[in-house]
Design a protein around this ligand. Structure first.
Ligand SMILES: O=C(O)C(=O)C[C@@H](O)[C@H](O)[C@H](O)COP(=O)(O)O
Length: 359
């Protein structure tokens, strides 16, 4: 099976990718040698489909569980929900030997990982991602956290999972819109690190909800190598993974959470970042067109709704973590499959790029 190893000294772990792995989750998790009870955190959609199966597999492997279900959607990625889950876990008699299993997409993974990071000052966790966004991106790398009304992911902790179990078969049950949104992150990886993947993605049928394990693993390997180089985003290398996310997060946070899906906002953010890459780095318009063609093929939005005022987006994105002392670290492309973190992008440039999205 494709196995991506994330090498982070005593925080190293495997990412296993193979059809049918959900049914092997019990033995795989038991193999970690964790002794306590598992708190399975899931959402109302994914839990209804897979929680019983997972609990059965864990129980067959001798692992006792409690299941904690949050409402599906981005609004659950909150401090309130975090506190509720910690209370539920305490009442379910979890102790310091317990661990968390995140069963769901990016919202569940980020939220459950954050709960694991802070419950009793930190317990282990395992990721079982069930969406494209989480299977190629958010389940790996240890960024956990929740949103604030001021912006996306403003509260969180770095907490690496002990294991990531990716079963591509779980993608078949996703609504088409939620399947396709994930490709914004795949296209991001191709744009910043793997130009050859741009050609490969052009051959995919967006209606076929069964991507190859190799494609998922190729994305996870990009993520793993970046995280190994710069685990806590201190040198700037990890910030490259934020390509399309500065303006994307600003747009996402300007609407009630969940109204525009994360990948849809990132699609707009990528388009704006391509505009700025052309303007500031003379990035090739032909290369931009290839990337935009992919976003279009996956039916991702490329036009900003008039209902979102530019100044609201500017306000949200100016509160982004990537601003330090009023200077934004903005990711621009420098060539096919290559990117840099630039300090040359001004707020006026960003405003112009946001306006460009209305065309
Ligand atoms: O893992 C990272 O690092 C990323 O930037 C991946 C992003 O796709 C992801 O959305 C991430 O959560 C955004 O990070 P943030 O630091 O801007 O919250």
């Amino acid at each position: 099976m494709p196995n991506v190893h994330v090498n982070l000294a005593d925080r190293s772990y495997d990412i296993l990718v193979e059809d049918g792995l959900l049914d092997r989750a019990g033995e795989l998790i038991a193999g970690l040698g964790l002794k306590g009870k598992a708190a399975v955190i899931t959402d109302s959609n994914v839990g209804a489909l897979y929680a019983d199966r997972l609990v059965d597999r864990l129980s067959e492997a001798g692992i006792e569980t409690s299941v904690h279900t949050v409402r599906a959607g981005e609004a659950s990625k909150s401090m309130l929900q975090t506190a509720d889950l910690c209370g539920e876990m305490n009442r379910a008699d979890h102790d310091r030997s317990s661990f968390v299993v995140a069963l769901g997409g990016g919202v569940v993974g980020d939220l459950a990982g954050f709960v694991a990071a802070i419950f009793y000052r930190g317990i282990p966790f395992v990721q079982i991602p069930t969406t494209i966004v989480s299977q190629v991106d958010s389940s790996a790398g240890g960024k956990t956290g929740v949103n604030a009304s001021e912006g996306k992911n403003l509260i969180g902790a770095f907490h690496q999972p002990r294991l990531v179990i990716v079963d591509p078969l779980t993608l078949a049950s996703l609504p088409g819109r939620e399947y396709r949104e994930g490709y914004a992150e795949v296209i991001k990886h191709a744009a910043i690190r793997d130009a050859a993947m741009i050609d490969d993605l052009a051959t995919l049928d967006p209606a076929d909800q069964h991507p190859s394990a190799d494609l998922l693993a190729r994305n996870l390997a990009i993520k793993a190598r970046v995280v190994e180089e710069d685990e806590q985003e201190t040198s700037g290398v990890r910030a490259l993974l934020n390509f399309g996310h500065t303006i994307g997060h600003g747009i996402e946070a300007s609407l009630p959470y969940g109204e525009m899906l994360h990948g849809e906002a990132i699609s707009l953010g990528i388009k704006a970042a391509l505009f700025l890459s052309e303007k500031i780095n003379q990035f090739s318009p032909a290369e931009s067109a290839r990337i935009l063609g992919l976003l279009e093929n996956f039916q991702l939005p490329l036009t900003l709704p008039d209902s979102i005022p530019t100044e609201k987006i500017m306000d949200k994105l100016s509160r982004d973590k990537k601003f330090t002392g009023g200077v934004i670290k903005f990711v621009l492309l420098t060539g096919p499959g290559a990117a840099e973190v630039s300090s040359k992008v001004t707020l006026d440039d960003i405003r112009e790029a946001v306006e460009y999205l209305r065309a």
